[in-house]
Design a protein around this ligand. Sequence first.
Ligand code: ASP
Length: 313
Amino acid sequence: MLIIASRNGVIGIAEAMRALKQGGSAMDAVEIGIRAVEADPTDQTVGYNGYPNILGELELDASVMDGRTLNSGAVALMRGFPYAISVARQVMERKLPHVLLAGAGAERFAREIGAEAWDEMLTEEIRAVWRKRLADSTATGEIPPLKENSPLLEWVKLATDPERVAGTVNFIAIDGRGDIASGVSTSGWAWKYPGRIGDSPIIGAGNYADNRYGACACTGMGEMAINASTARSVVLYLKTGMALADAAREAMRDLRDLGGDYIGGMNLVALDKDGGHIGMSSEAGRTYIYQQADMAEPAEVEREMVEIPARWG
Ligand code: ASP
């Protein structure tokens, strides 16, 4: 039994491991671990109290993948429901003929299945950070009224705010039966254009699991992971017989070839079916966490760095 997670998963990993030890599935562990991060108001990149989009609205993205069945479920742009990971799991488990629901449809589905809804998804403190970021970027310090048809194209450059781009939680687990599950949840880039969907709910981009080979989940600039199919690439490289570290490194190197003006930080965590695990980052000094059944608490380990020269707008 093993769980790996991005470092911000530390708040949920012990409870997730308890569930595994009590016979819970890898999918249970992933959901439990991620829900703890989604409910945490101090994590401003996932669930409740994440950084909102450019209009000050919180839109959540999440996905799960079951490595035994190769089935998945995902939601994107969902407002008003803090536990996006649980709604994503239900998209998979209710046997819809769909894997990804977005926006009003995701919210409708969440209501229909009785998912927990919160009236207020942001604290006043986060609203103040958003207002200040907007005000600081105008010549007058006044935020113009952002109405339905207000032009946002210039404003959205704020979404590359380097201090606030990084976030998202990844969990991958192997349970006592050897089944693998993976999950990702995020509020996406701070100040993103309304309707922007990142890699977290896109199976193959930010999340992929296959019992026969392993699993991978990403954080960082989601557009890059979408363009390069990063999570699926790691698993596909494993399928070709590459060792885990080589597979993960190759998928990171693929990101260097991407076009576009916004190339920057990417991170992944990955494991293979035998319980080997690794973290990679384009930044030095970043870490991830893991816990095995015989460990009283998680260990934090450094990610291997793979340089990706940054290009910004
Ligand atoms: N990957 C997430 C997204 O692009 C954000 C992040 O991990 O920082 O939405």
